[in-house]
Design a protein around this ligand. Structure first.
Ligand code: SF4
Ligand code: SF4
Ligand code: FES
Length: 245
């Protein structure tokens, strides 16, 4: 017999002055291979057309469906209801601005943090649209690709104790983003220049290293390695500066 699932869903519309944050419950019969994407769409179509949540690709690629699922950030389109008990509680990701119910604005946060880490290739080379593309060693290209796989879902930020306490903390995603430029030979920044960007409490020294970020990353990015590599590298720059004085 199919399971009767109870969904407890956070409801609040910050645009409506009369709206009060509260939880609402919906009962749904589980179907084969049901994902939270399917469940939420059925609830919206069959029970409550005002429910807000985000989806785009349904394939773990766009990052827009991240939410807190029974206390843990994850992608709703990649989460099967069969892996959960009869009661499933859904709340929006913390840290990001709430749009309504389960929908949050991750774009503004990512844009601001990527500006902070100067997320672009720094080079004196003048761009020539007709020039042949610079070759890159295969292993270097693979390293860059590995760090570029982030889908900007925000799960790592929502799981991060430091990001939840401090809104100026860059978080694992932005630090990982900078790491992508550190390995890219086209970026000519020196270690001291990288230090000026992330060598502070807002950056790598604000990270407590408990790695909730890596635990929840749906793309399995090597955040632990990245954060410890950057911490070591920036630590060396800090020590060198101390001895210069
Ligand atoms: S390891 Fe650092 S970035 Fe990752 S969750 Fe912990 S404090 Fe946040
Ligand atoms: S690092 Fe992982 S968890 Fe964080 S935003 Fe990128 S894909 Fe999402
Ligand atoms: S809908 Fe795109 S990642 Fe879930």
């Amino acid at each position: 017999m199919a399971r009767q699932l109870k969904f407890n869903i956070f409801r609040f519309n910050p645009q409506n002055p009369e709206s009060i944050p509260h939880m609402e419950s919906y009962i749904l019969e589980e179907t084969d291979s049901m994902t939270l994407f399917i469940a939420l769409n059925r609830i919206r179509e069959e029970q409550d057309g005002s429910l807000q949540f985000d989806f785009c690709c349904r394939a773990g690629i766009c990052g827009s469906c991240a939410m807190v699922i029974n206390g843990r950030p994850g992608l709703a389109c990649h989460t099967k209801t069969k892996d959960f008990p009869l009661e499933i509680t859904l709340t929006p990701l913390p840290v990001f601005k709430l749009v309504g119910d389960l929908s949050v604005d991750t774009g503004t946060w990512f844009r601001s943090m990527y500006n902070k880490v100067e997320s672009w290739i720094h080079t004196d080379k003048v761009f020539d649209a007709n020039a042949i593309e610079d070759p890159m060693e295969n292993d270097v290209a693979e390293d860059v690709y590995e760090l570029d796989r982030c889908i900007e879902c925000g799960c790592c930020v929502a799981a991060c104790g430091t990001a939840r306490l401090r809104d100026d903390f860059m978080g694992a995603a932005a630090l990982n983003r900078l790491g992508r430029f550190v390995v890219d030979p086209r970026d000519k920044r020196t270690d001291k220049q990288y230090f000026d960007v992330i060598g502070s409490d807002e950056g790598i020294f604000g990270c407590m290293g408990l790695l909730a970020c890596e635990d929840v990353c749906p793309k399995n990015l090597p955040l632990m390695n990245q954060l410890s590599y950057l911490r070591r590298k920036m630590g060396i720059v800090a020590i060198k500066q101390m001895f210069k004085k």
